[in-house]
Design a protein around this ligand. Structure first.
Ligand code: TRP
Length: 458
């Protein structure tokens, strides 16, 4: 049941409700689409290793920092900074977050639309044509290169997102995720078992877990850092927003850590599905953003009950994406509701609509309109360009600023007080303080500087 806080903004009905919703935000296309293709491009095991290190050293401390801010202020990212340090420039950091949420949603909803397209194809038997890697590649190209389909699917996905966000925190987000997340985990485990037992599965496991250190460069390190932040929904205030609905009497830090654990587990599970399958179908790991979409149909077509697994997989992928687009739109909507006094209904529809307009060039960048594609106006296609700008660089800059804010401006003491509220003391609080004040911001800064110096923007 929904309880209403003193500020009338709504609240999670409890710890489990929060974990489900926050895990729903974290777990999405980032884990299942972005992680495998980034790992494939980043050399496999070595990328995975660096990614895991970043999750532990940067992701976990930062999720606690964002949640602490949100719980203390019960506000959106911009309002949070205003409340904690009035009359400073810090709310700009929240503004950057709101902008980044918009930027991410504008390409994310395109890929989310592809999952709907594949779900539709799986349901109507359209995937049967993908008998081998080549045919599957053609099928993907047809779907994403058709301007009408690409726009329609993006639009449908955004409408679904708006319909849930306008229902509000407890009514919409929580009810949706409580049912969907456990289902997702179950289907992924089944698929992973299926994939690993395919011929060639062992090779995939070796690729995923055996680091080849000759493949490291700063582009790979940057990709792994961006992936760690993106996957955990960090660096733009999404977790500030989610923390703002967290009940005062419950254990915040253990809930945050649980979310980080499940998010990482799901990414690894996705790797266990994609990489063995990829070696089975003999597809290049560095195939880029189409990787997951090209690899899977060939597998479904060569396994018993493949049609069923196909439908189940795209269904779960669409749901995982939906619980993430909800959180992206929620950050933006929450800002306009709290700070600009818009109604939730108006904010959801207007901002969802604006996002659709911004998504158009990304939706058309996969073959429909040549100059938006790779080697057109840019080195990357427009969607990949946005993925890198918002998903890697903007989140990294946001992450540094949030660390500096909590470590040096707001202060470790009040942050810890917010984290430990309810009487749950944080184990290793001293270590957390060092990570937030020094190690995280310096590490991210070093990566960004090297990217600039070496010019290896990806
Ligand atoms: N974490 C989500 C995923 O892995 C995407 C996402 C949702 C996100 N909200 C976010 C990324 C906020 C960065 C910031 O798919």
């Amino acid at each position: 049941m929904a309880t209403v806080s003193s500020t009338d903004r709504g609240q999670w009905s409890g710890r489990l409700g929060f974990i489900m919703a926050a895990a729903g935000s974290a777990i999405g296309l980032g884990n299942i689409w972005r992680f495998p293709y980034s790992a494939g491009e980043g050399g496999g095991g070595v990328f995975v290793l660096i990614y895991l290190a970043f999750v532990i050293l940067i992701g976990v401390p930062l999720i606690l920092a964002e949640l602490a801010i949100g719980r203390k202020t019960e506000r959106n990212p911009v309002g949070s900074f205003k409340a904690l340090v009035p009359n400073t420039w810090w709310p700009v950091v929240g503004g950057l977050g709101v902008l980044t949420g918009f930027g991410i949603l504008a390409f994310y909803s395109v890929v989310a639309g592809w999952t709907l397209g594949y779900l539709f194809k799986a349901l109507t038997g359209g995937l049967a044509a993908a008998v081998d890697a080549e045919q599957s590649g053609l099928l993907f190209g047809e779907l994403v290169g058709d301007p009408l389909w690409a726009l329609l699917l993006t639009g449908v996905f955004l409408v679904l997102t708006v319909l849930i966000v306008r229902g509000g925190v407890s009514g919409g987000i929580e009810r949706a995720t409580k049912i969907m997340m456990p289902l997702l985990l179950l289907i992924l485990i089944i698929l992973a078992v299926r994939s690993i037992t395919l011929p060639g599965g062992g090779e995939g496991l070796a690729y995923l877990f055996k680091p080849d250190f000759s493949k490291v460069n700063f582009g790979v390190v940057m990709g792994a850092l961006g992936q760690a932040l993106f996957s955990l929904s960090l660096g733009m205030g999404a977790m500030i927003t989610y923390g703002s609905y967290f009940p005062k009497q419950e254990n915040l830090w253990s809930s945050g850590a649980t979310v980080a654990f499940f998010d990482t587990l799901i990414a690894i599970l996705a790797g266990l599905i994609i990489f063995p399958a990829l070696f089975f179908a003999k597809i290049d790991p560095s195939s880029g953003p189409g990787l997951v979409f090209v690899v899977l149909p060939t597998i479904f077509n060569s396994m018993p009950a493949g049609a069923f697994f196909g439908v189940a997989f795209y269904f779960l992928l669409a749901i995982a994406a939906l619980t993430s687009t909800i959180s992206l739109l929620e950050v933006v909507v929450c800002y306009f509701v709290d700070e600009r006094g818009w109604s939730r209904e108006k904010a959801s529809w207007l901002l969802g609509g604006a996002c659709f307009a911004l998504a158009i060039p990304s939706a058309l960048s996969q073959g429909a309109v040549g100059f938006l594609g790779a080697n057109g106006m840019f080195t990357w296609d427009f969607l990949t360009l946005n993925n890198n700008i918002w998903g890697n660089y903007s989140l990294s800059i946001g992450a540094i600023l949030i660390c500096v804010f909590v470590g040096w401006k707001w202060g470790i003491k009040p942050a810890l007080a917010s984290l430990e509220e309810g009487g749950f003391s944080l184990p290793g609080a001293g270590l957390w303080a060092i990570l937030i004040r020094v190690i995280c911001p310096v590490a991210i800064l070093i990566v960004l500087l090297f990217i600039i110096i070496t010019g290896s923007y990806f």
